[in-house]
Design a binder for this molecule. Structure first.
Ligand code: SF4
Length: 367
């Protein structure tokens, strides 16, 4: 693939200030097609920050309700900084990637302590917040204060790599540098807010990953990937991420209506959330095999006869690099074992107050 055109663009920084056609077309398209989203109606950095963190791994349609509920409960930095982590996680329940919520909460406390609760106003200070990377920092400072920092997210990588038929892998440092530089060159610094939102929205709605409608695109005559008939070849990645299969077997143990939970520890998915007693295996296991496991024997030692009233067959739960195969067993016991004392005994009324992974929430809701 010939990269010389893009190299030339990047070398010749004078090219773009004189020709802002790409940015003009993007912003023109944006003003006509943009979605009305609540975080676009504000220049409050706190609200923009919350929306950016929610949208890091979440689609807009799903993130909207969460954003509105979150902002209703935590309308400003002070309310978030003074909340308990468990409550913040509860408001995040179902969104996944809970480290985002923990980092958001930790950063709010840091802002309260270091900046007197006022959102920091320089790019470097915003970048130093927990959970904020280069993309998020650029998105916040450009949307809140119109600072000329280009955003480069998955949508922007896709749009630029196609427009310029650029095949430097986007997951390489070289690729990141190149695309960030190009994104900066394309931007009119006086319209950073508008330009950044336009290019991201263009990637989200028009230049979509699969089968974009290139014949109805403002760049039909300019897009090099379209001209070469290789739109879906871009963007190029060097590392295809390996997926790990995990098998979770949850025991929803019932005794006099109560059940048992425990809190997941750091260093794995769902840190800080609550779950039923669990046995994890590397391969699929049936109930008879689980009964032979040491953990099972400890949990159910001297619990009397086990009445399995629900055996919820395997649920597939796909995370970014993992596929979880999850089975639920609802098991009534005659008396609790000594091991269960190390778990948290929870009454049916209390159960709803605990933040649990979405898959457990769905199970408890009877789905
Ligand atoms: S022509 Fe197609 S590939 Fe090129 S920018 Fe437009 S939608 Fe994207």
């Amino acid at each position: 693939m010939d990269n010389s055109f893009m190299e030339k663009v990047i070398e010749d920084e004078l090219f773009f200030p004189a020709d802002r056609e790409i940015s003009r077309k993007l912003t023109g398209w944006y003003l006509e097609h943009k979605r009305e989203l609540p975080w676009r109606e504000t220049e409050d950095p706190y609200r923009i920050w919350v929306s950016e963190i929610i949208l890091q791994q979440t689609r807009v349609a799903q993130g909207m309700d969460y954003y509105l509920r979150f902002i209703r409960r935590f309308p400003d930095m002070a309310s978030l900084a003074s909340a308990e982590e468990d409550e913040v996680l509860k408001y995040w329940q179902g969104l996944g990637y809970y480290s985002r919520a923990r980092n958001l909460h930790a950063a709010a406390k840091m802002i309260r302590e270091q900046y007197g609760g006022k959102f920091p106003e320089s790019y470097d200070e915003v970048l130093s917040l927990k959970g904020v990377g280069e993309y998020t920092a650029a998105a916040i400072v450009s949307a809140a204060w119109n600072m000329p920092y280009p955003v480069v997210d998955g949508n922007v990588f896709r749009v630029l790599s196609r427009l310029f038929a650029e095949d430097t892998p986007i997951d390489s440092q070289k690729g990141k540098n190149k695309f960030t530089r190009l994104a900066g060159l394309l931007m009119n610094p006086a319209e950073a807010r508008l330009h950044n939102q336009a290019i991201m929205e263009f990637g989200a709605l028009q230049c979509v990953p699969k089968k974009p409608d290139c014949r109805q695109c403002v760049f039909t005559d300019k897009c090099r990937a379209y001209a070469s008939g290789q739109v879906e070849y871009y963007p190029v990645k060097q590392n295809k991420t390996k997926t790990r299969n995990r098998y979770f077997h949850y025991f929803h143990i019932i005794y006099k209506g109560n059940t048992w939970l425990h809190r997941r520890l750091a260093g794995d998915i769902w840190t800080g959330l609550y779950e039923f007693p669990l046995i994890e295996t590397d391969t699929p296991s049936d109930f008879a095999t689980l009964q032979g496991a040491e953990t099972f024997r400890r949990i159910f030692a001297d619990t009397g006869e086990l009445r399995i009233t629900v055996e919820r067959p395997k649920e597939k739960h796909v995370l970014s690099h993992q596929v979880l195969d999850i089975t639920f067993y609802r098991i009534e016991i005659e008396k609790p074992s000594a091991t269960l004392a190390s778990y948290l005994q929870v009454t049916p009324d209390e159960l709803d107050a605990y933040a649990v992974p979405r898959i457990i929430h769905l199970y408890l809701s009877g789905f």
